[in-house]
Design a binder for this molecule. Structure first.
Ligand SMILES: *[C@@H]1O[C@H](CO)[C@@H](O)[C@H](O)[C@H]1NC(C)=O
Ligand SMILES: *[C@@H]1O[C@H](CO)[C@@H](O)[C@H](O)[C@H]1NC(C)=O
Ligand SMILES: *[C@@H]1O[C@H](CO)[C@@H](O)[C@H](O)[C@H]1NC(C)=O
Length: 510
């Protein structure tokens, strides 16, 4: 039996999450949120370490001797060969063996933001170097993918052929087809997200000047007018790249990626050209979702303390960032995100945990900014204090760790009754000798269908998670529940580091 596309949930119309200013008028009924009794406490440090380890299990290419995932080996060693280029490295996004540019870049951008916003905590937890290594695993790959002007390699691996073979990447016989964007095939989302990833990473690696400069030079002004090469490319060849659809379709368009990339370029360079773009040209909308597809709230939070006005000058980014919070929190007049009876944000089935970790991340990052500027969130006339954001962020992370109606963990290898059947090719296939010829036709009945735990522990993988009724099925065949994704984990690292080091109230020490 061929499994359903592993991207089911990722394709639901993100546009549905778009909020219009008119949402302010909706008459809301508070969902029943089950109060979590005594404040649960978990070994957050352990969860943090494991969450980073999952990213190591997703690495493609030649693994370093420091690789901690013993059942993983070198893979995708000929990636790029079809065009005589070296595209080894990078990450597999989820349970399959394709390297998709858009989610890969978003994973790296969010890791870089994490490394900066939670630097102190990661250092105190002894994990900063591991996060830096995780970023570099992505940026080394981007430097290979972005060698030529007006050109970017955006994907390795034919997803349809890949999905017809349940095989670990070390032994995959499936075609490593290459996909690119160029002056004839636009792809503003991927170009801008890749520019954002390289720019944010250049800030992380500032102490390594040559490397940082290489990243920024790729992502920024090689052009006379001071606009990033990739960014210029994204702007002048505007258009959506459909090549990753139906696996990763950009439902939200590219305006959010352009704003997001310009924001990172502005933060890295402080150049007026990006400020002008942000203030006068960029389109910014209030939305209730932060994800690989939709970055508005991320940019708005980053811009909230800079007092820039968005196009038309009608709204500051602070009020748009506030709108995100108001749409999520169940106790504001403007809430619109559905919350399960057990208290988990539920936008849609399939990798729903990405919204849980992304919201927790933004809430902690934003509350730190709110404390710096000494302002609350304003939901209409109702002021929401930063402490409330932190409390909600903790509740979301705790839910995934075990404070949920099922009293179980949704993180592999962590806590009570953790998942055993992640929808993941490498973890569910035994270690095979190099060169072992896998029969794709037999692979599903051998390794996918049997109802037994995976032979390899996918340590730290956060599952796609429960459905809207807090129900979860620990079955490999149920990809919406059991498939992990790099960007679910990348966004969990900051909140976990904060919980591990700051303590349960999550308030940053000076
Ligand atoms: C932003 O504007 C407000 C109100 O005009 C002002 O109080 C605040 O200091 C400004 N913040 C920055 C970072 O310039
Ligand atoms: C969740 O499972 C329970 C029984 O285990 C069932 O009664 C309920 O309808 C399920 N909820 C959803 C949303 O499927
Ligand atoms: C996966 O499991 C969840 C929770 O039990 C359920 O709601 C959903 O329908 C299942 N999906 C499939 C494809 O079986």
């Amino acid at each position: 039996m061929k499994p359903r596309s592993s991207r089911d949930g990722r394709n639901a119309a993100a546009a549905a999450a778009l909020l219009l200013a008119a949402l302010v008028l909706s008459g809301d009924v508070l969902p029943a949120v089950v109060a979590v009794g005594a404040a649960p406490s978990f070994n957050y440090k352990d969860a943090l370490t494991k969450s980073i380890m999952f990213l190591e299990a997703q690495r493609s290419g030649k693994l370093p001797p420091t690789n901690r995932i013993k059942w993983r080996g070198d893979s995708g060693m000929e990636d790029g060969k079809l065009a005589n280029v070296d595209l080894t490295g990078g990450y597999y996004d989820a349970g399959d063996n394709v390297k998709y540019g858009l989610p890969l870049a978003f994973t790296v951008t969010t890791l870089a933001w994490t490394a900066m916003a939670f630097e102190k905590e990661l250092k105190a937890a002894g994990e900063l170097e591991n996060v830096h290594a995780a970023i570099r695993w992505g940026t080394d790959y981007f430097l290979k993918a972005a060698t030529k002007k007006d050109h970017l390699w955006v994907q390795v691996g034919d997803p349809n052929a890949d999905h017809q073979c349940w095989v670990r990447p070390e032994n995959m016989p499936t075609p490593r087809t290459l996909y690119q964007i160029n002056d004839k095939t636009p792809g503003s989302e991927i170009a801008a997200e890749t520019a954002a990833a390289m720019t944010a990473s250049s800030m992380v690696f500032r102490k390594d000047k040559p490397y940082s400069r290489r990243l920024l030079n790729k992502a920024k002004l090689l052009m006379t007018n001071g606009i990033s090469q990739l960014f210029q490319f994204a702007k002048t060849h505007q258009g959506t790249y459909d090549g990753e659809c139906p696996f990763y379709c950009s439902y939200s368009g590219y305006n959010d990626e352009l704003l997001w990339a310009a924001t990172w370029l502005y933060l890295a360079t402080k150049r007026q050209v990006y400020a002008d773009f942000i203030g006068h040209e960029a389109i910014s909308s209030s939305v209730a979702e932060f994800s690989w597809d939709l970055k508005f709230p991320g940019a708005q939070v980053l811009l909230a303390e800079l007092n820039m006005t968005s196009s038309g000058g009608l709204q500051s980014f602070k009020s748009q960032a506030d709108n995100f919070v108001c749409a999520v929190l169940p106790d504001t007049p403007f809430h619109q995100v559905s919350i399960t009876p057990g208290g988990m944000i539920h936008l849609r089935d399939g990798a729903n945990s990405q919204y849980v970790t992304s919201t927790a991340f933004l809430f902690v990052a934003y509350s730190d900014i709110l404390r710096r500027i000494n302002q609350p969130v304003m939901c209409g006339a109702q002021a929401v204090q930063p402490a409330r954001l932190l409390q909600f962020a903790k509740q979301q992370i705790d839910y995934l760790l075990g404070a949920n109606p099922r009293g179980r963990s949704y993180v592999v290898g962590f806590g009570v009754n953790p998942p055993t059947q992640p929808h993941h090719r490498g973890a569910s296939t035994p270690v095979l000798p190099p060169g072992y010829q896998v029969n794709c036709g037999m692979s599903f009945s051998e390794w996918f269908t049997p109802d037994r735990p995976n032979p390899n522990e996918l340590t730290g993988a956060i599952m796609g998670g429960p459905d809207g009724g807090d129900n979860f099925s620990d079955k490999r065949g149920n990809s919406s529940c059991t498939e992990p994704c790099t960007y679910i984990n990348s966004l969990s690292i900051g909140p976990l580091a904060a919980l591990a080091i700051r303590g349960p109230n999550l308030i940053a020490t000076q």
